[in-house]
Write a protein that binds this ligand. Sequence first.
Ligand SMILES: Nc1ncnc2c1ncn2[C@@H]1O[C@H](COP(=O)(O)OP(=O)(O)OP(=O)(O)O)[C@@H](O)[C@H]1O
Length: 747
Amino acid sequence: MVSPELARERDYVSTLYARLDALRDETRAQLEAVQRGSAGGTHQARTERDAFARLYEDRIAQLGEVDERLAFGRIELDDGAKRYIGRIGLRDADQQSILLDWRVPQASAFYRATAVTPLGTRARRHLTSQGREVIRIEDEVFDRALLDGDTTELQGEGALLAALTAERTGRMTDIVATIQGEQDRIIRSDLAGVLVVQGGPGTGKTAVALHRAAYLLYSHRERLRSSGVLIVGPSPSFLQYIEAVLPSLGETGVVLSSVGQLYPGVDTTLEDAPEVAALKGHARMAELIARGVKSRQRVPAEPQVMDVNGEKLTLEPHVVATAMAAAQRTRKPHNIARQQFQKAVLRALAATLADQLRSHGNTIDDSDMGWLLEDLRASYDVRVALNTAWMPLTPEKFIQDLFARPQWFASLTPRWSPAERALLRRDRDQPFTVSDIPLLDEAAELLGEFDQANDTERRERKRQFKRDVENAEAAIRNMGVEGLVDAEELAAGFGETAARGTTAERAAADRNWSYGHVVVDEAQELSPMQWRLLRRRCPLRSFTIVGDVAQASAAAAAPNWTEALRSLTDAFRLEELTVNYRTPSQITQAAEEVAIGHGLHVSRSRAVRASEWPVEQFVVAPDELGDAVIDVVDEDRELDSRGTLAVIAPPSLVQAQYLALRERFGATVGRGARGLSLPIAVLTPQEAKGLEFDAVVVVNPHDILESSTRGVGALYVAMTRPTQRLRIVGTRALALDAESSREPLAG
Ligand SMILES: Nc1ncnc2c1ncn2[C@@H]1O[C@H](COP(=O)(O)OP(=O)(O)OP(=O)(O)O)[C@@H](O)[C@H]1O
């Protein structure tokens, strides 16, 4: 029997869906109209129509994305008016608002109102739906008279707990229906400046960062549409885990990048050994690279005799020195300043050559200087001399040479120990690693465009885009769709620019792109050199930085945010998240105890819920470890065959564990990122960063502890991934609460 209230909500929500369908139909009709017209007309008219068509297709896709849980809440205002809150805003045919976008200021009360501070509301209602049908309503009435000091801080507790205990799919979902007050404040915080969000595992940092990106894109659409938002995560598997969240909030067009993809043209997941990564990440690498670039501008020790068209010409060191000093004074990047240097040397040489020719009785006047310069440019000797003094360089070649030429490297690092230098030594043909990315970027910054054409082309592209936006504005006026279609977005689909894709695609491919906002997740892992790179990506310094200093795994990780961000800024706002939404209290407690027991300073958090399963530990003989892991996994699959399970093993064991599990469980097991879409994923703690699973089996925790100087951080990460069950299988007992150990393995 459906209650009258539920029936009323069902009716209301079905009118919302009817409206959504109508909008979809309207957009489809617009698309068809545009497609029908696309055969004839001028080239300009055709590109405009194509751009409109793409825009309508995107809009249709976007309306499809928000179908699931379109409306999820309602607030009742003091005056009795009711406002529905949903993924997007909707107006009826008379332009009356029937659904508020969760990001508009009026919707904030839905997330923040409490009985103590009701923010102009009398009640809040959570709507839980299945498909398009509301199946449950949950009411909170803000009546101060009912306050007895025992009020929960959680908003929409029923809906929240349902979301938190739902089975995991290997993909993060949005939390828009159940954002909590402390999270909402962060999500809606100002765009300007650097905002740091610190919180223990599972406190919703990633969720908050993504919802903040969606909020900023909505509230600062004008600015961020054209400049774009960059979201940086630790690894491709993490990006795969989060990639569906923003589209489900109706936002596409952000650039998602792992730290190994931040330098256009290189895409790597290769990690250096921790001590190598620590050296490469240190801020002093910036000075080293600057010295390295400078050292490629060299005044020859001796005069050089050159052959120019049969004429012997001497290049004196002081001529090179004067030209070099003048070019260096411009403070332009190496490859750009080189052009000035080259011109100055050639002019000086041409004058000498002219004098020489005159001394042989030739008449040389100003009009002859052009061909003299041509002769000089064509001379092999001159080219060699110019290049030896000032070689044009690509960042790739520069960094390859830096580590492959020990003598040059030693000359740049007089204060380094031979052991430190040896750590960075490598052959020229070795592939780039994640910690090379900021070095390449630093070098690119100091070297400038190798090819001047690129520079000119970039400027021309910018000018073209400006023209395209003006044309788009005119086209929008002509079509009578002002306010419905965004000119920048439309322009991105025009002719020349279209070949290079959307704003996001263009931004991702352009090292010199200035983003309007940058979101960094798992930010505790970033090195000073990586922060320098990100600073260049957003000169306005508008950042959302989320992370947990306790979970850092890098050997050189900073102990606090002031230290960690030294290369980015010294001014930031710090917010903390304190409620753990992921891990049940037993697991949170076990993980925190182990971490603190091994000297890690963790941010303690309060778990929202307990789980019905205790943390279990199995201690086995070394030769039984593989079988024991299989048994524990087997047992867990029997308990819950539909959820996700991760086996988190130390790097030294992970491959063997994967093969053993694969033999037993076949294609349901995947290694690394591939495992995320499968029931069983086998991962290292590093790969498990930021992810979550219904159940986790941690293998040989002592090996994880001892695998690096930050082993305790890695174990803490591993233990805090489950939403339901944590099991530990090892050859040595981990000091846990006595009750949790089972010895030997049951069954
Ligand atoms: N308000 C909320 N409503 C529903 N689920 C939530 C809420 N806040 C967080 N969660 C869920 O809690 C889990 C943990 O969130 P998230 O991954 O963002 O945490 P985190 O702080 O980034 O964790 P870690 O530091 O371990 O990576 C996710 O499943 C997320 O969807």
